[in-house]
Design a protein around this ligand. Structure first.
Ligand SMILES: [Mn+2]
Length: 309
């Protein structure tokens, strides 16, 4: 009997049916997937706090085996579900500290954390936690939006700010901060200006299409990786075209196709990041469940990349 069949559709839903663990007892895993059900300080529509649960549910419908490349992801990359960061919705500052220490604890053990969100502001805490474990860190964000606001309505821990907060981390040089996939009509002029002030490089969709996705992501990664000891990868799924990823707070037409998304995800994984996130999964807008499934596929392609596939 195929053992994998027992995982699918029965039992308690964990990320990809992987065993449960805690951040203090990772049981030899090389990758720890954690939920971050955080949706405060949101500049878009709400609902991403339910993202980790929808992702766990959808992810238990996949095998780890890839027929095209003939390898089993979970055999080659032992992975655990370390539960959710215990967020505190009324308190963004305290929650960011919890996220930071959670991610830091995983990174310190040489294990790769993959955070499933949650709105994009969670990357503020997660990037800080990862940065504390290396000398110099680079940061790349796949996103339709710059997220380079100094503040959003006076608040600094919002989903409009993660790129800027990353660039402010003491051991992150803004020259190593890159945003990839900018398009649509929700990138205000002041964020273009603040990105330029800090030296944050961004790639617009038109430039990416002109260069070709493969060359563009390689170039973006080379910039983020230049002279650093570790890379943080943040993947805001609203960079994916709204037709393929409607289940998100700010769905954007004109985004990456699913195939481009997987191609980018593999390239990100091959860059051997020290920490990754996948954010802005809002199941209330995902009536067919395709968004959660695309998010799962993106995670698997990123993780495949980290082991050289
Ligand atoms: Mn974002």
């Amino acid at each position: 009997m195929n053992q994998d069949l027992r995982v699918i559709q029965s039992g308690v839903a964990t990320f990809f049916g992987r065993p449960m663990a805690t951040i203090d007892s990772l049981g030899g895993a090389r990758c720890a997937i954690t939920g971050i059900p955080w949706d405060e300080g949101n500049a878009g529509r709400n609902g991403a706090n339910m993202g980790p649960r929808a992702f766990r549910d959808a992810s238990s419908w996949f095998f780890g085996y890839d027929a095209q490349r003939d390898f089993d992801l979970w055999e080659e990359l032992p992975t655990v579900d370390v539960g959710d960061v215990p967020v505190m919705p009324p308190n963004a500052e305290a929650t960011m500290s919890l996220i930071e220490s959670h991610i830091r604890r995983i990174c310190e053990q040489g294990v790769l954390p993959l955070s499933i969100g949650g709105n994009h502001s969670l990357a503020i805490g997660a990037a800080r936690g990862a940065a504390a474990t290396v000398g110099k860190m680079g940061y790349i964000s796949i996103d339709a939006h710059l997220d380079t606001a100094y503040d959003w309505g006076g608040e600094t821990l919002t989903s409009g700010c993660p790129t800027m907060r990353a660039a402010e981390i003491p051991n992150v040089d803004p020259e190593n901060v890159v945003v990839f996939g900018i398009h649509g009509w929700l990138n205000p002029r002041d964020q273009v200006m603040s990105a330029a002030e800090q030296g944050i490089r961004w790639y617009g969709m038109e430039e990416i299409q002109r260069l070709g996705v493969e060359r563009a992501i390689d170039e973006a990664l080379a910039r983020a990786l230049d002279g650093v000891d570790g890379l943080y990868v943040s993947f805001d799924l609203d960079a994916v075209d709204a037709s393929a990823f409607p289940g998100t707070g700010t769905p954007e037409p004109g985004g990456f196709t699913p195939r481009e998304t997987f191609q980018i995800a593999r390239a990100l994984g091959r860059a051997k990041p020290i920490a990754m996130d996948l954010v802005e999964i809002a199941p209330i807008y995902d009536l067919s469940g395709i968004s959660a499934r695309l998010a799962c596929g993106t995670a698997m392609e990123m993780l495949s990349g980290t082991i050289g596939h």
